[in-house]
Design a protein. Structure first.
Length: 250
């Protein structure tokens, strides 16, 4: 069985005062056998977030890393620097970075290897645009992103795949359950075909895109959804905690 994971992507939101939300979330987590909870704050908060989250068993992740380990890359952050803050995860290939910075599948693959080298677990994002879906190209796009973004040495512990339809991110639109099932079953089959039954079946597969307290339980009904990557609803403990409870109950 894959691990259940609830990951929050704070994007470019939050300053030090917002770390009180981590303490608040810590007091609202389900008891034992809870899902793994990961918060990915902006880079300047990683170190302090790790200190606040640690006692609650909440894990911390970055939202990106550079593919190189050191060097003349002004403004960039290496995976080792992220690990040094106490973080364990890095979101890679988020559609906002693919779009705004032209990140390609090849870039995401290089960053994933860099994350692994630093001991981080990569949360690799893939997802189709609304146009892709309207043109019935969803599975082709997803299959191509999956093949191109994942290096060969994937294991069930070094990688998490997040399926995030771009048209669902921050829009309040969510695919229906059949659509979520179709894509997640497809991804699972591709993972098993490429990495073998043991790794492919155990690698956590997350859904992301307008997950909220009122739709989380429905989304988690899909057999191959092992959790969620949550943007807006991860900023406040009172919104994220019910999503985590829905996952724990699924
Ligand atoms: C995201 O950006 O990864 C995301 C899923 O955002 P939201 O939950 O706000 O749609």
């Amino acid at each position: 069985m894959p691990r259940k994971i609830a990951a929050g992507n704070w994007k470019m939101n939050g300053t030090a005062t917002d770390l009180t939300e981590l303490d608040a979330l810590g007091t609202q987590l389900p008891a034992s056998s809870a899902p793994t909870v990961v918060i990915c704050p902006p880079a300047p908060l990683l170190f302090r977030a790790s200190e606040v989250a640690g006692p609650h068993g909440i894990r911390i992740g970055a939202q990106n890393c550079h593919a190189q380990s050191t060097g003349a890359h002004t403004g960039d952050i290496s995976a080792a620097m992220i690990a040094d803050t106490g973080a364990d995860f890095a979101i890679l290939g988020h559609s906002e970075r693919r779009e705004a910075y032209g990140e390609t599948n090849r870039d995401v693959r290089s960053k994933t290897k860099a994350a692994w080298d630093a001991g981080l677990t990569a949360i690799v994002c893939i997802g189709e645009t609304g146009e892709d879906r309207d043109a019935n190209n969803t599975l082709d796009i997803i299959g191509g992103q999956l093949a191109g973004s994942l290096p060969n040495d994937v294991t069930e512990t070094n990688t998490v795949v997040a399926y995030e339809p771009i048209w669902a991110i921050g829009t309040g639109k969510v695919p229906n359950l059949d659509q979520i099932v179709e894509v997640h079953d497809f991804i699972r089959a591709r993972l098993i075909r490429r990495f073998g039954q043991q790794i492919g079946a155990a690698l956590p597969l997350l859904y992301g895109g307008s997950v909220k307290p009122d739709n989380a339980a429905t989304i988690f009904q899909a057999a191959n959804v092992d959790g969620a990557l949550v943007g807006g609803a991860s900023l406040k403990a009172n919104d994220f905690a019910p999503i985590i409870h829905a996952l724990a109950a699924s």
